[in-house]
Design a protein around this ligand. Structure first.
Ligand SMILES: [Zn+2]
Length: 332
């Protein structure tokens, strides 16, 4: 295997356009083979920001910066952040693309740049886009709508007219009982709300009050906990039931749980081989390729009986062992 320095140097010279083409290639092949099934019959993508590195000492032209209050006074911290788009699915998830956030711009502006490229490269990859409350902005929603996609965003801002109007209507409509995984839920669902005139279409708001049991580690006692969620969506009830909107709303976390967590803990993607904006972007795109190929292989090529009782880490090690063997027996 090459040294860490070489990994950094090589990635700094890679052409990101070619890597993105590779990602499109893997997606197209899986799509053609009908391996991508989406959630509840809908093709769904999730968008979110991810901070990759931070440092007080080193910085480059691609760094963002913030002031942090430390014991030694105020200090400037440099960091890198990008917006990532993941194709969500019940059995297979693909990391499609990323866009680095630039100094002085907010995450939504970065996301719009990413989406412009994604809509060109993957015009029919998804019908619904899931995003956090941060993206509940009219220009963002209108941009996605203009590309004929539906949106589900977390609705958090209690000052918003849409939020207040939905709450008032929920009191009149009453809730229905439902279930999400092992949670008992109460669901409210109102459509055709025009309380956000800056958004090009009427919106639907779904609220889910969820109760579940957790065992406290310290006392071993079972406790009931409850959470509440509210989402605004452009999906009409004829396309997505209340239950499906709740499932989609929760799938927004898939990018954290299956994407970022695994990238950091499983693939060590946050390791900085070379502090250079081009190298970081290229390295992440290579990791996306590896992630997609690894999961596609595991999900589609390894028989379920063979996989039973084994961990993903074991398969990663088996693949690594074969790569090493190749390197040893086939010298350059
Ligand atoms: Zn930097």
């Amino acid at each position: 295997m090459c040294s860490a320095d070489t990994v950094g140097r090589v990635h700094a010279q890679m052409e990101v356009k070619g890597l993105r083409k590779g990602l499109v290639g893997v997606y197209s092949r899986l799509k053609r083979n009908k391996a991508l099934r989406g959630i509840g019959g809908l093709m769904v993508a999730v968008l979110d920001g991810h901070e990759t590195h931070s440092s007080y000492r080193r910085h480059c032209c691609g760094c963002l910066q913030r002031t942090i209050c430390t014991e030694r006074g105020e200090r400037t911290q440099y960091y890198h952040r990008c917006v990532v788009l993941m194709l969500a699915g019940e059995r297979l998830r693909l990391l499609l693309d990323l866009e680095p956030q630039r100094l002085g711009e907010n995450e939504v502006a970065t996301a719009l740049r990413l989406l412009k490229r994604v809509f060109e490269a993957y015009p029919r990859a998804f019908e619904v886009l899931l995003a956090d409350a941060l993206y509940a902005e009219a220009p963002f929603l209108n941009f996605v709508l203009s590309h004929h996609k539906h949106v589900v965003v977390v609705l958090k801002d209690e000052r918003r007219d849409l939020y207040q109007d939905a709450l008032a209507l929920f009191k009149l409509e009453g809730a229905v009982e439902g279930r999400y995984r092992n949670r008992r839920c109460l669901w409210w669902d109102v459509a055709e709300l025009t309380s956000w005139p800056q958004v090009a279409v009427a919106l639907r708001v779904v609220r889910s009050q969820e109760t579940y049991r957790v065992r406290r580690q310290a006392t071993k006692e079972v406790e009931e906990q409850s959470t509440e969620w509210m989402w605004a969506t452009t999906l009409p009830p004829t396309v997505a039931s209340t239950e499906l909107v709740v499932r989609l709303g929760h799938a927004r976390w898939d990018i954290e749980n299956y994407g970022f967590n695994e990238l950091v803990n499983g693939w060590h993607a946050d390791h900085l081989y070379k502090h250079d904006p081009g190298a970081i972007e290229a390295f992440y795109l290579v990791v996306f390729l590896a992630y997609n190929l690894f999961h596609a292989f595991l999900t589609l090529n390894v028989k379920p009986q063979r996989r039973q009782g084994t961990t993903e880490a074991l398969w990663a090690r088996l693949i690594t062992a074969e790569l090493f063997q190749e390197a040893v027996f086939c010298p350059p």
